[in-house]
Design a protein around this ligand. Structure first.
Ligand code: F6R
Length: 642
């Protein structure tokens, strides 16, 4: 790529890093941007420059493209550049990485459909320049068709630029663990984790295809340039493995380390496990604030397998953290005590503040009491997964709690639940043959017909979505009552972006912002609990958080906001690490059991997060390892400011 405009950019080339000491652990160039939109605007502008440069030379440009949530903001920006800045795709040839096996082109989750919905239908790319593996070829023809795909890439001149996302298994394309560095386009069996991650899109894991056709790792590595994008905290661990770990076929993205022109482009949340951010003292000089010190001590305690108060000077030196002691001219004993107290003070059984207590070392203030507490949950199960025990405590401690579900979550409800409900109504109609029942019977029949017509993969018509929403509301109220909440303390906003959309394709609008702003003004809370701040930006959780953040931060928000604390919890996203926690609410075995009971109330969905109680137990055992009291489980929170 000889383009002068993209010097010093994402596509600048070379395996070179920026040359800072901080990148010592990183084996491939890794660029961190504050958020996915900023990263995608930058990348799209460089890709546009490349397309234009090739146009000026009357040459084509061959792009390898990915699907999934990750590239969506990149495609949106390309569309904007086409519409508003005249970027033409007439000289662009594309090859997509993969396609589910067995899905026809018009299936709502086929990658053919996805690419057309997200990009091709909105730009002027000629249809014959688009290539996507065919998921419908007969099994006996798969081998030849894959070979043909490779030949077509070569005939086009090879890939100038390959765009990638990364799966939680470390896959690029659908190259699941075990894929060789020189693998080519072929059929592959999807990993369990990959199928689980696609479950929401397919309205249940059972509907997710078991295999796919994918370009090989070798096919990808032949591209002249590669950009792998990753957003959200759920990708942070696998990004670290791919960037800093050994090159291994257990993580196919790690093979990018061997490429001369590969770059990882990640947002802050996805970069958070890189050593330069997680353990900055290992890579260079740091500013030893109290927070940084306690992070380092927590890390040291983990590393040495010793409780904080048993660490000695030699431990600090041995682990390469001697600088910490030198910087404070303290002995380990004092540094340990300071760090221990900081962690100790995060523990509070009073998430809404303890009335009459001295607040100096408590995460939440004692006054006012009781507080108006607003708990936001993007979908019904999120709040119970993330803070079911804390919810119960807030109620028990007399606060005025309103639990607000931002979206109905109806896309997670299986057809079987709707069908069951309709059948019960029909049977009731049979038993009560009176006149009033004819309307109910008609309703039940139209539900049954609608389910039959749409088939297993079709989109639910509004009637069915509404019924599924009602079923979920019932379960939500049930779960709420396990946490002491009455039905009138639970509100459902049913934000329109969700009702009109599908997973990964939500388009929030002003009416959604207005919905959140209204509830904030109505409740004027003293405390808010929210989640989704570090999630995959296209997820429902992240969209709901952004909507909340915009409403909370808006000029028109009332004066109550100045005295309102916002606590973040983690639901489906990666759990907080010990050093990140600012409020740790302990749970007894009974409370944990109650939380499990609440999560189990979601019988109509197959996504109740059964591992969430185990995560709470894990946090408790980490605290215990640091030398703090041994609790059964802990729910963790961080304070947020806009
Ligand atoms: C899709 C693909 C996959 C995805 C990966 C991440 O064409 O090749 O490797 O990039 O599964 O998916 P998202 O972006 O949905 O997190």
């Amino acid at each position: 790529m000889s383009n002068s405009q993209i010097k010093n950019g994402i596509l600048e080339g070379g395996s070179g890093k920026q040359g800072t000491q901080q990148e010592r652990f990183e084996k491939v160039r890794t660029l961190v941007r504050p958020d996915s939109s900023q990263a995608c605007v930058e990348l799209a502008s460089e890709v546009a420059a490349l397309i234009r440069e090739r146009q000026a030379e009357s040459k084509n440009v061959v792009l390898g493209l990915a699907t999934g949530s990750t590239p969506v903001p990149f495609y949106r920006e390309l569309i904007r550049l086409h519409k508003e800045e005249g970027l033409t795709f007439s000289n662009v040839i594309t090859f997509n990485l993969d396609e589910y096996y067995g899905l026809t082109r018009d299936h709502p989750e086929s990658y053919f459909r996805f690419m057309h919905d997200q990009l091709f239908d909105y730009v002027d790319i000629p249809a014959e320049q688009i290539h996507i593996p065919d998921g419908t070829v007969a099994m006996e023809d798969v081998y030849d068709s894959c070979l043909e795909y490779e030949r077509k890439i070569e005939a086009a001149g090879g890939l100038d630029l390959q765009i990638l996302g990364i799966g939680r298994t470390g896959h690029i394309g659908f190259n699941e663990p075990g894929s060789a560095a020189d693998s080519v386009t072929r059929m592959i069996t999807l990993d369990r984790v990959t199928r689980q991650d696609a479950a929401a899109d397919f309205l249940g894991v059972a509907n997710v295809p078991r295999s796919a056709i994918t370009m090989g790792v070798g096919t990808i590595l032949k591209a002249r340039r590669i950009v792998l994008m990753a957003w959200g905290s759920n990708k942070s661990e696998i990004v670290r493995e791919a960037v800093e770990g050994e090159m291994t076929d257990r993580v196919s993205a790690s093979f990018l380390q061997s490429h001369q022109n590969a770059v990882f482009l990640v947002d802050k949340a996805a970069s958070s496990h890189l050593t330069r951010f997680r353990f900055p003292w290992l890579v260079g000089p740091v500013d030893w604030s109290a927070d940084m010190m306690s992070r380092a001590v927590v890390w040291l305690s983990n590393k040495m397998g010793k409780p904080i108060l048993k660490l000695v000077d030699e431990d600090y030196n041995e682990a390469g953290a001697g600088e910490l002691l030198a910087s404070t001219s303290e002995v380990a004993y004092q540094v340990n005590i300071d760090a221990f107290n900081r962690v100790q003070h995060t523990i509070s059984g009073w998430p809404g503040g303890k009335p009459g207590a001295d607040d100096t070392n408590r995460p939440e203030r004692s006054t006012p009491h009781p507080k108006r507490v607003l708990v936001l949950s993007p979908e019904p199960a999120d709040v119970f997964i993330g803070m079911g025990g804390t919810l119960d405590r807030l109620k028990e401690q007399g606060h005025d709690v309103t639990l607000v579900f931002q979206t109905s979550g109806n896309l997670r409800v299986g057809d079987a639940a709707a069908l069951n409900f309709a059948r019960v109504v029909l049977e009731m109609g049979e038993e009560n043959k009176g006149e009033g029942w004819s309307v109910q019977r008609e309703y039940a029949e139209s539900i049954i017909n609608a389910l039959r017509e749409k088939g297993e993969f079709g989109s639910d018509p509004e009637l069915v979505r509404r019924l599924k929403g009602m079923i979920l509301r019932g379960e939500t109220r049930d779960a709420g009552s396990d946490c002491r909440l009455d039905a009138d303390e639970i509100r459902f906003l049913d934000l329109p972006f969700y009702e009109k959309g599908r997973y990964r394709r939500f388009q929030p609008a002003n009416e959604d912002r207005a919905g959140i702003a209204e509830i904030l003004e109505e409740i004027r809370p003293d405390i808010i609990f929210a989640t989704g701040d570090a999630g995959d930006p296209s997820s429902n959780q992240s969209i709901c958080f952004q909507l909340f953040a915009e409403a909370f931060g808006s000029e028109s928000a009332g004066p109550w906001r100045k005295n309102c604390n916002v606590w973040l919890y983690r639901g489906r996203d990666q759990a907080y690490e010990a050093h990140e926690i600012e409020m740790a609410v302990p749970m007894s075995p009974d409370q944990l059991g109650q939380k499990v009971g609440a999560i189990r109330k979601f019988m109509s969905t197959d996504d109740d997060d059964v591992s969430s109680p185990a995560r709470n137990q894990e946090i408790a055992s980490k605290y215990n390892d640091l030398g703090l009291a041994e609790y059964e489980a802990i729910e963790a929170f961080r304070k947020w400011s806009c």
